[in-house]
Design a protein. Sequence first.
Length: 199
Amino acid sequence: MKLFYSPTSPFVRKVVACAITRRLDSRIELIRTDAHASPAALLATNPLSKVPALLTEDGVALFDSPVICEYLDSVGDEPPLFPDHGANRWAALRLQALADGIMDAAVMARGEIMRPEEAARQANIARQKAAVGRALQLLEEHPPSDGLPDIGSISVACALGYLDFRFADDRWRDDQPRLAHWFEGFAALPGIAQTAPPG
């Protein structure tokens, strides 16, 4: 398998964390990619020119982290990250969606921070940070469980790690102590510890 990636993308981190958790990382060739440059190899795998993008061993191109993670969950014999049915499945998928929303908003806010100053830019940053804040409050009220990792808990950990990486001054832990406590323990798991952003 080939994974087009950027080491700072929280969505890539989620995919790699799932691969490590499923013990598939040794089967994946990492191809560092600048998606903004739209290299031909990436575009052949993902016409949207976004990472992560995975080329499977069968030559199937998959993109968007939820799709790639679910594919990885179908390979190998490790315990599943996606519960197969019932309330546990919907809880895990809901957490994944919430965490992906945090990552989307944080990445967009980071992109706006890097742009020239203007009033609309500040309004958009505030909007995205407010979305992150609302999602964090929901996670504080209902933090992930301490059981076996699943796609929801891995997604939340990657989102929180991205906030630490790009928005350390926002100090999310001050207002979310239960979530911070959960993250402290979960961050020691190999899939999360081994995929921490550079820096």
